[in-house]
Design a protein around this ligand. Structure first.
Ligand code: CU
Length: 218
């Protein structure tokens, strides 16, 4: 073998090794675009789901910004378009809502249904519990309730198939638990008309990953 052939062989060998390492990395990380599927039985059968609602999400040039739900996973906001939950588990949900506005909602959605004890615990509701218009903010603290005033709702987290409904107050942190049951696919929907258009049901309200999506119980 001449010197130039040896050099070419060496270069090809290095290329093959590098490509092999690259392919190995891809195969060992087959699904880096989604969060890890939940495992039932972790944490004594309790699964933690944290949802975050933000308002300054660019929708398009006509509508502008719209509110959206996200799944908070390992410190990262991920799409709420398909929320994965473990079957036959108790899910402890925390909703962190940064939206300070209210939206029109049919009165029935002011009631909490489908959660443990039909209750939600609400923390830091700066609009309802504050006196900021007069003397500065005075937060009352956490309170547990089975319903709220329908004129003070920013969004809801509603899963009709599970009879689950939780009204979300402006600028609040809310916590509740519910049981997932067996494997199934449900639709979740915000029922407070927080989207665009004449009825508020366009834009975010009718777009998967914004104010609606699926829940896959697996
Ligand atoms: Cu909403």
């Amino acid at each position: 073998m001449e010197m130039s052939d040896k050099t070419l062989f060496s270069v090809l060998t290095v290329v093959v090794i590098i490509a092999g390492v690259g392919i190995g990395l891809v195969i060992s990380h087959p699904d880096m675009t989604n969060y890890a599927p939940p495992v039932a039985g972790e944490n004594n059968g309790v699964y933690q789901l944290t949802l975050v609602i933000t308002t300054n999400n660019y929708y398009n040039s006509t509508v502008g910004d719209q509110p959206a739900y996200y799944v908070l996973s390992n410190g990262t906001l991920l799409s709420s378009g398909n929320i994965l939950l473990p079957a036959n588990s108790l899910v402890e949900v925390t909703i962190i809502n940064y939206d300070n506005g209210t939206a029109t909602v049919p009165g029935q959605y002011a009631n909490v249904t489908g959660t443990v004890n039909d209750e939600v615990t609400i923390v830091n509701n700066t609009l309802i519990n504050s006196t900021f218009q007069n003397n500065g903010i005075s937060i009352r603290g956490a309170w547990t309730t089975t319903g709220v005033t329908d004129s003070d709702i920013a969004h809801t987290f509603t899963v009709a198939g599970l009879n689950l409904n939780v009204p979300v107050l402006p600028q609040s942190v809310e916590q509740f638990s519910f049981h997932t049951g067996g494997q199934n696919v449900y639709t979740w929907q915000c029922e407070a008309s927080c989207g665009s258009g004449p009825t508020g049901w366009a834009g975010a309200m009718s777009t998967v990953g914004w104010m609606t999506g699926t829940i896959t119980v697996q």
